[in-house]
Design a protein around this ligand. Structure first.
Ligand code: HEC
Ligand code: HEC
Ligand code: HEC
Ligand code: HEC
Length: 327
């Protein structure tokens, strides 16, 4: 038993949303109603089949590499890798095979001890946890790969990894859409919203939080569109869509800057202004993207919990959330 544990590979695998359901029932029910959950049948759609044909994806192996990373939660068992559902908990909160044992462990002092404790009758209850242990647990589960939900920048990079279609051939040959707008506040506070930890009625995040999230969302949009454009090798639908996304995010950042003069935002806009938005600019564009990444994280450090300072941005925030359903 113990040896088996030592032998587990360090690669973090997904466990699937059922591993979260027992404790996060409300979150699971909310997720089930989203397009993410329903995306699992996407491959049966006619437009998907056409796309695969155009790209000459003849077998599952090839399809796996091109479509699965964005459209599925992929599980590995007995050496076999298969799609389980659409994007789910771990697509955003990171694969849980390494961190789950620690996540709900209130007494153990190592991942191995937590596995044993969770399985034993002497399990320590959440209410019995010491403050020191809680601190250890929060740090440890991040070390083991979990993405805590309050890290706005890191969570946003997850969204944009899928929502920026960064594969040139997929767009130019497969004709996958690449120009669908994505705005972090509207898209995370609507159908996706699952805020049950503090209240069972799933309240939206405060307006102060949304202001910070809005600015970071624009910066990450700019960053990921630049990362995608960096991969462009020719002028075409792909490079044009990415240029448009870059310009759209930049003009939103300028509107932010006009209302709230902030050195971090000025630097981001300047970096964008000097960039050559053409294909085959791999190294130069990646450098700009890296710079914006650092600035977005600086912005979060400066403004997290201080959205009151961004009061002038209120009129920029979306009023209608993506597929916002009444509770
Ligand atoms: C055995 C119960 C249990 C299981 C299983 C469980 N959780 Fe949790 N989770 C909790 C509890 C309790 C909290 C409340 C805050 C705390 O004490 O960490 C929580 C909090 C969270 C948070 C918010 C805390 C933060 O710091 O961001 C996230 C995100 C989360 N869980 C994700 C997941 C995911 C994803 C899974 C499945 C892979 C999962 N949880 C499985 C019990 C569980
Ligand atoms: C980089 C991530 C990513 C990859 C790779 C990807 N998709 Fe998508 N796909 C998305 C996202 C995100 C959407 C939702 C777009 C929206 O509605 O904003 C989407 C939407 C779609 C749609 C709906 C119509 C459309 O074009 O918006 C189809 C069909 C589709 N994808 C098929 C595929 C197929 C087939 C593959 C593999 C050949 C694939 N996708 C690869 C992320 C991806
Ligand atoms: C693993 C890839 C992946 C990640 C990560 C991801 N998404 Fe998605 N998302 C998709 C795909 C694929 C679709 C399209 C589903 C479909 O229509 O079949 C989608 C659809 C959506 C939709 C519904 C869009 C519509 O047209 O109604 C919303 C809202 C959304 N995503 C928000 C988010 C947010 C916010 C994040 C980050 C917190 C995020 N997504 C992270 C892949 C992803
Ligand atoms: C598409 C991305 C995405 C998916 C899928 C997703 N989450 Fe989250 N989750 C987030 C984001 C983003 C936040 C932070 C919320 C915010 O900023 O408004 C969050 C917050 C949370 C929190 C803390 C909520 C609070 O009240 O503070 C928990 C717990 C959680 N998620 C668990 C889950 C579980 C369990 C699942 C699967 C059933 C899941 N999440 C699926 C992106 C996602």
């Amino acid at each position: 038993m113990f040896y088996a544990l030592c032998n587990t590979s360090l690669a973090a695998d997904m466990l699937g949303p059922s591993a979260c359901e027992s404790c996060h029932d409300d979150e699971y029910r909310t997720w089930e109603k989203t397009k993410h959950a329903k995306s699992e049948y996407f491959y049966e759609r006619e437009d998907s089949q056409k796309m695969a044909q155009a790209m000459q994806l003849t077998d599952l192996d090839e399809t796996r590499n091109v479509c699965w990373s964005c459209h599925y939660t992929v599980l590995t068992s007995d050496g076999e890798t298969l799609p389980e559902t659409g994007p789910a908990c771990e697509s955003c909160h990171a694969p849980a095979s390494q961190w789950l044992a620690v996540h709900d462990c209130y007494g153990g002092d190592s991942a191995a001890a937590c596995v044993q404790l969770n399985a034993s009758d002497t399990d320590i209850k959440r209410t019995q946890e010491t403050p020191a242990h809680k601190q250890w647990r929060y740090t440890e589960r991040v070390k083991l790969g979990m993405l805590p939900a309050n890290q706005i920048y890191n969570m946003a990079t997850k969204c944009f990894q899928c929502h920026t279609i960064s594969a040139e051939r997929l767009v130019n040959v497969g004709q996958h859409s690449a120009d669908k707008p994505f705005e972090l506040v509207a898209w995370s506070q609507g159908e996706l919203r699952h805020h049950f930890l503090r209240s069972s009625n799933n309240p939206p995040r405060s307006i102060e939080y949304q202001r910070v999230q809005y600015v970071i969302g624009q910066m990450v949009d700019l960053e990921y569109s630049l990362r995608a454009l960096a991969k462009a090798t020719s002028v075409g639908a792909f490079s044009q869509a990415m240029q448009q996304r870059i310009q759209a995010a930049a003009s939103k950042l300028k509107a932010i800057q006009q209302r709230h003069n902030e050195a971090i935002i000025t630097q981001v806009i300047q970096a964008y202004t000097h960039a050559n938005l053409a294909p085959n600019q791999h190294t130069a564009l990646l450098k700009v993207a890296e710079f914006i990444s650092t600035q977005a994280q600086n912005f979060e450090r400066e403004y997290a919990g201080k959205g009151a300072r961004l009061v002038k941005l209120t009129d920029l925030l979306p009023t209608k959330m993506k597929a916002n359903k009444p509770n």
